[in-house]
Ligand binder design. Structure first.
Ligand code: JBN
Length: 246
């Protein structure tokens, strides 16, 4: 997968050089290319923003630098990238969206600063680059860069070969299949007793069927406790009799 990121703070993405993502890049599983938006300005101050039409606080990012940058990166590629713009006013970025992005050969992220990008940029590229305006949560950041880091990590870990243990993906919270719509339950490792806290005996039983049942019960309980709105949306068809007793 190729990932291009256009930003006025490309240095913000240094974390993509470390850990799993860094290793995936070294192994050629992920090709991340960073671009400085100001390289597509033509004034001495390398200006990327201006005051908003209609008045109001803050500044709006000018359309010209963005369109020149996007055209330079995505160009007239026969199979152009999907353009992803992080914004609090976007649709929710969920595990389902991450899975969809992981199936894309090329993503182009356009994190904004200030009050956002002139909306005509989205109108210009909406169809051709399958524009997706997404939000990582109901809060406002100083810019979209942190949201891009979150999305790149959520997507990259789904790529074949990135995680050492592919099973980690199938057991994820929100993963499709048996865990669909459920939060992950508690996890434990050695020692069996720590400061008087015992590991639940079922996990030491070796009874894999009972362990799987216990883990699902715990996932259901945590989902009901922490995300009742998700629990309410669980497909009754996926709940068995035992689930209903939880
Ligand atoms: N919530 C978000 O995704 C976001 C992006 C930029 N600022 O906030």
């Amino acid at each position: 997968m190729r990932v291009d990121i256009i930003s006025i703070f490309p240095e913000y993405f240094a974390p993509l050089d470390v850990s799993l993502i860094g290793k995936a890049r070294q192994r050629g599983l992920l090709d991340v290319r960073l671009h400085q938006l100001r390289d597509w300005t033509h004034d001495v101050h390398r200006t990327v923003d201006d005051t908003p039409y209609g008045g109001g606080p803050g500044m709006v990012m000018k359309p010209e630098p963005w369109s020149e940058a996007i055209d330079a990166v995505a160009g007239s590629a026969p199979e152009p990238p999907r353009l992803v713009v992080p914004t609090p006013s976007g649709r929710p970025f969920t595990q389902e969206v991450a899975l969809a992005y992981a199936a894309e050969p090329w993503l182009l992220f356009a994190p904004a600063r200030y009050e956002g990008i002139d909306s005509r940029v989205m109108a210009e590229y909406g169809d051709r680059l399958r524009l997706d305006e997404v939000s990582i949560g109901d809060y406002v950041l100083a810019g979209g860069e942190a949201a891009v880091l979150v999305m790149v990590e959520a997507v990259a870990r789904l790529l074949p070969g990135v995680l050492g243990n592919a099973g980690s993906v199938t057991d994820d919270s929100f993963a499709p299949g048996a865990m669909a719509g459920l939060l992950e339950g508690p996890v434990y490792t050695k020692p069996p007793v720590w400061r008087g806290h015992e590991v639940p005996p079922i996990l030491l039983s070796g009874n894999h069927g009972a362990i799987a049942r216990w883990r699902r019960d715990q996932a259901l309980r945590r989902t009901v406790a922490n995300r009742p709105e998700l629990a309410a949306r669980l497909d009754p068809g996926t709940l068995d009799k035992r689930d209903r007793q939880v």
